[in-house]
Design a protein around this ligand. Structure first.
Ligand SMILES: Cc1cc2nc3c(=O)[nH]c(=O)nc-3n(C[C@H](O)[C@H](O)[C@H](O)COP(=O)(O)OP(=O)(O)OC[C@H]3O[C@@H](n4cnc5c(N)ncnc54)[C@H](O)[C@@H]3O)c2cc1C
Length: 640
C-alpha cells in the first residue's frame, strides 16, 4: 500500500444509539461517533517479530532503598542529560524522532526505543504540558462507549486499565471506587444493566470486580453529602486513577532510561526534506534560543491539538484534522463533600465526575468547542458555574465559587475528517503517513495511549524498511515500578531507617515507586530536604529539588503545576510556595538571584492571569485575560 495513502484507523463506525443511560431519560450525547481497536489493525504494518522479549522489562537503575550508593548515571531527565541529548540530536541520525511529549508522544518514544531503535523525543514546552496534564486522570473503559454498543473499544480500554494498574505502573495508578447515584425507579434496571456489562467485561482487569447495588439507606451512608430528595440508591463500581502529568513524565523518563534522547523546551519549527521525503526537523531550544537540525529516518508527529499546525509545516492538507474541545475541572477541599467514594453522574452534555484526589475533590467536566489559544485554554466563569450547578444537583449543601481552590482546563484532540475520504475517521484514533518519512497519530484518549503508541511506531517501522521487533510495551515496567510492591510492604522499615513518618513514605511511594531510594539518598545527604514545604506541606522539599534534578523540570511552573499539583491544590494557587520552591531548584538549574526573581514573577503573573480569566463571562474574554501573562519559555507562545 502506498505510504502516502495509508490510513490506519481504529475500529468501526458505530451508531450513536441510545442505551441504558438514554433510557433513564437523559439525552445521549456521544462526543465521538465511533471508536475501535487499534490492536486489531496492527496487521497493516510490517513490523516483524524477531526474538522473544523478556518478561517484565525494567529500566536498568533499580536500587534497594537506602542500601546502594547514589548512581550518578541514573538521572535520565537531569539538566545535564537534556544538554547531552540536544547535542546528540544535532549530531546523530535517529531511526525515529517523536514530536510531542504528551502521553502519546512519550509512549511512542518508549515503544520505539524498547524495540531497539535509536529514538529522539522533542517537546515544545514541558512533558505533559498540553492535554496530558489536564484530563480527569482516569484509566477507564468508557461508559459512554457502552451507550454506543462499542464493546470492542470498552474491552480494549479495560485491558489497558488492567495493565497499568497491575503491571506497568502500580506505583502511579490505583483503583478508585465510584457510585453512580440513581434518581428514578427505572434507573436501577437500565443503569444496573449497563454497569453490569461493564463490570463483567472488566472482571479481573485491575480493579475489584463485582459492582454492588446500594439501597437508598446504604447510599446515604456512603455519601452523606448526597441530596436525599434526589437520590434513590446507587451502583458502586471501580475505575483506575493516575496523576496524568507524573505518568507522562515517567513514560519519557523510562524511554530516556532505555536510551531515548529526550529534550523538553525544544520546539519543532519545520521539516527537513530530501525530495518528497521527510528526513528530519528543524527545532529551537527555547532555553538557549539555539536552532538545531535533527535528522531522522522516520518522524512521528504526536502533537495532540497542535497536529494541524505540524501538518501545515509539511504542506498540503492532512488526511484528518484535529479539532479542540475544551473540558474544565474545578478542585474543592475534601471536607466540602462527605463521601466514601467518587461519584459519576450523567449531565445533559456528557458525564460529570466527582473524583477523590488526596485532600481534595476534582470535579468536571465540560465539553465545548475551542478555537482560541491552544497552549493556555482558559476556564471562564460560565464554565465554572456550569460544573458547580451540575455537581450541586446531587449535593445537599451546595458548593459555591468560594469553595473552589483550583481550576484547570484542557483540550481534547478530537479527530475530524471533512472530505469523502476522511469522513470515516470519526473514530477514537487514527494513524496516517501524509508524506514519506512522516507518521501522524492523533485522537484517542489517555487510557489507550499504549495502543496508540504501538500503532504509530508500527507505521513508522513500516517506513524504516528493516526488520523491527514488535511492540513489547505491555511488558515494559515504568521507572519506579520494579520493586515497588516490596518497598510498599517494607514501608514501616523504610520509615524507621529514613526517620520520615510512614505517611510520608506512603506519599513518596505513590509518586516515585521504588525510585524513592533516590529521594531518600538526597534526604540522607541533606536532612533539611526531608522537611515539608512550608506553604504546601503535603509535599516534601526534596520533591521540588528532585523534580529539577531527575524529572526534567526546567522552570518553576513545571514544578508547581505538573511535578507537584500545588497550583491547583492550594488556595493561593502556589503563589506563596513559588519563592520557596524557586530557591530549592535554583542551584540545580544554575539560576542566579535575578533568574530566581524572574521565574517567581512569571509564575505569579500566570496565576493572576488565570484568576482573571476565571472571572470572565465567555471564552473570548477569558482567553484574552489568560494571554495577559507572558510565557516563561521564550518563543513558546508561538507553539500555541
Ligand atoms: C477535560 C479532559 C478530560 C479528559 N479525561 C480523560 C480521562 O479521564 N481518561 C482518558 O483516558 N482520557 C481523558 N482525556 C483525553 C486525554 O487527556 C487525551 O486524549 C490525551 O492526554 C492526549 O494526549 P496527546 O499526547 O495526544 O496530546 P498532548 O498531551 O496535548 O501532547 C501534545 C504535545 O505536543 C507538544 N507540541 C505541540 N507542538 C509542538 C512542536 N511544534 N514541537 C514540539 N512539541 C510540540 C505540546 O506542547 C504537547 O505537550 C481527557 C481530555 C480532556 C480535555
Amino acid at each position: 500500500m502506498d505510504a502516502r495513502h495509508r490510513v490506519l484507523t481504529t475500529g468501526d463506525l458505530v451508531a450513536t444509539e441510545n442505551a441504558f443511560f438514554a433510557a433513564t431519560g437523559s439525552p445521549s450525547a456521544p462526543r465521538c461517533a465511533a471508536s475501535g481497536s487499534g490492536e486489531a489493525q496492527s496487521s497493516h504494518t510490517h513490523s516483524l517479530a524477531l526474538d522473544a522479549v523478556p518478561v517484565h522489562l525494567a529500566p536498568p537503575h533499580r536500587r534497594t532503598p537506602m542500601e546502594r550508593p547514589p548512581d550518578v548515571n541514573s538521572k535520565p531527565l537531569s539538566p545535564d542529560a537534556r544538554r547531552e541529548a540536544l547535542a546528540r540530536l544535532a549530531d546523530e541520525e535517529l531511526d525515529v524522532l517523536v514530536i510531542g511529549g504528551g502521553v502519546v508522544g512519550a509512549g511512542s518514544a518508549l515503544d520505539a526505543v524498547t524495540r531497539g531503535l535509536k529514538v529522539g523525543l522533542v517537546e515544545a514546552r514541558d512533558y505533559a504540558s498540553g492535554t496530558s496534564s489536564r484530563s480527569s486522570k482516569l484509566f477507564h473503559g468508557g461508559l459512554r462507549y457502552l451507550e454506543q454498543f462499542n464493546f470492542a473499544l470498552v474491552f480494549e480500554a479495560l485491558r489497558e486499565r488492567a495493565l497499568v494498574l497491575n503491571t506497568l505502573c502500580p506505583h502511579l495508578a490505583r483503583p478508585v471506587p465510584f457510585i453512580y447515584p440513581l434518581e428514578k425507579p427505572i434507573d436501577r434496571a437500565y443503569v444496573g444493566l449497563g454497569i453490569g456489562v461493564y463490570d463483567v467485561m472488566g472482571a479481573g482487569r485491575g480493579v475489584p470486580a463485582h459492582m454492588k447495588h446500594l439501597s437508598r439507606k446504604k447510599t446515604m451512608e456512603s455519601f452523606p453529602s448526597g441530596k436525599r430528595s434526589t437520590i434513590r440508591g446507587a451502583i458502586r463500581f471501580y475505575e483506575g486513577q493516575v496523576d496524568d502529568a507524573r505518568h507522562t513524565m515517567m513514560l519519557a523518563r523510562t524511554a530516556a532510561d532505555y536510551g531515548a534522547l529526550c529534550a523538553n523546551s525544544t520546539r519543532v519549527t519545520g521539516f527537513l526534506r530530501e525530495g518528497d521525503r521527510v528526513v528530519g526537523v528543524t527545532a529551537q531550544d527555547l532555553e538557549s534560543g539555539n536552532e538545531v537540525q535533527i535528522r531522522a529516518r522516520e518522524v512521528i508527529n504526536a502533537a495532540g491539538v497542535w497536529t494541524d499546525e505540524i501538518q501545515r509545516m509539511v504542506g498540503g492538507r492532512g488526511q484528518f484534522q484535529v479539532r479542540a474541545s475544551k473540558g474544565i475541572h474545578i478542585v474543592v477541599p475534601r471536607n466540602r463533600i462527605n463521601s466514601a467514594t467518587g461519584i459519576i453522574t450523567r449531565t445533559e452534555k456528557s458525564l460529570l465526575f466527582i473524583i477523590p484526589w488526596g485532600s481534595h475533590w476534582i470535579i468536571g467536566t465540560t465539553d465545548t468547542d475551542w478555537n482560541l489559544d491552544l497552549a493556555h485554554p482558559a476556564a471562564s466563569r460560565t464554565d465554572i458555574d456550569y460544573v458547580l450547578d451540575q455537581a450541586n444537583k446531587l449535593l445537599a449543601d451546595p458548593l459555591t465559587r468560594e469553595d473552589v481552590v483550583g481550576v484547570y482546563a484542557g483540550l481534547r484532540p478530537l479527530l475530524s475528517g471533512e472530505s469523502e475520504s476522511t469522513s470515516k475517521l470519526s473514530r477514537e484514533h487514527a494513524v496516517t503517513s501524509p508524506v514519506r518519512g512522516l507518521t501522524m497519530i492523533a485522537g484517542g484518549k489517555y487510557t489507550t495511549y499504549r495502543v496508540m503508541a504501538k500503532d504509530a511506531v508500527d507505521a513508522a517501522a513500516h517506513g524504516l524498511e528493516q526488520l523491527v521487533p514488535p511492540s513489547c510495551t505491555e511488558r515494559v515496567l515504568l521507572a519506579g515500578a520494579d520493586g515497588y510492591l516490596g518497598d510498599h510492604n517494607a514501608r514501616h522499615l523504610i520509615a524507621e531507617r529514613s526517620k520520615l513518618h510512614v505517611s510520608k513514605i506512603e506519599h513518596l511511594l505513590g509518586r516515585y515507586g521504588s525510585l524513592i531510594s533516590e529521594l531518600l539518598d538526597l534526604v540522607a545527604e541533606r536532612p533539611e530536604l526531608g522537611e515539608p514545604l512550608a506553604t504546601a506541606p503535603e509535599y516534601l522539599r526534596v520533591e521540588a529539588y528532585y523534580a529539577a534534578s531527575h524529572e526534567g523540570a526546567l522552570h518553576l511552573e513545571d514544578v508547581l503545576t505538573r511535578r507537584t499539583r500545588i497550583s491547583i491544590e492550594t488556595p493561593d494557587r502556589g503563589d506563596a510556595a513559588a519563592a520557596e520552591v524557586a530557591e530549592l531548584i535554583a542551584p540545580v538549574l544554575g539560576w542566579d538571584d535575578q533568574h530566581v526573581a524572574r521565574e517567581i514573577e512569571h509564575y505569579r503573573a500566570r496565576v493572576k492571569a488565570e484568576r482573571d480569566s476565571q472571572t470572565q463571562q465567555d471564552d473570548h474574554t477569558a482567553d484574552a485575560a489568560r494571554l495577559g501573562a507572558p510565557d516563561v519559555r521564550v518563543g513558546a507562545r508561538d507553539a500555541g
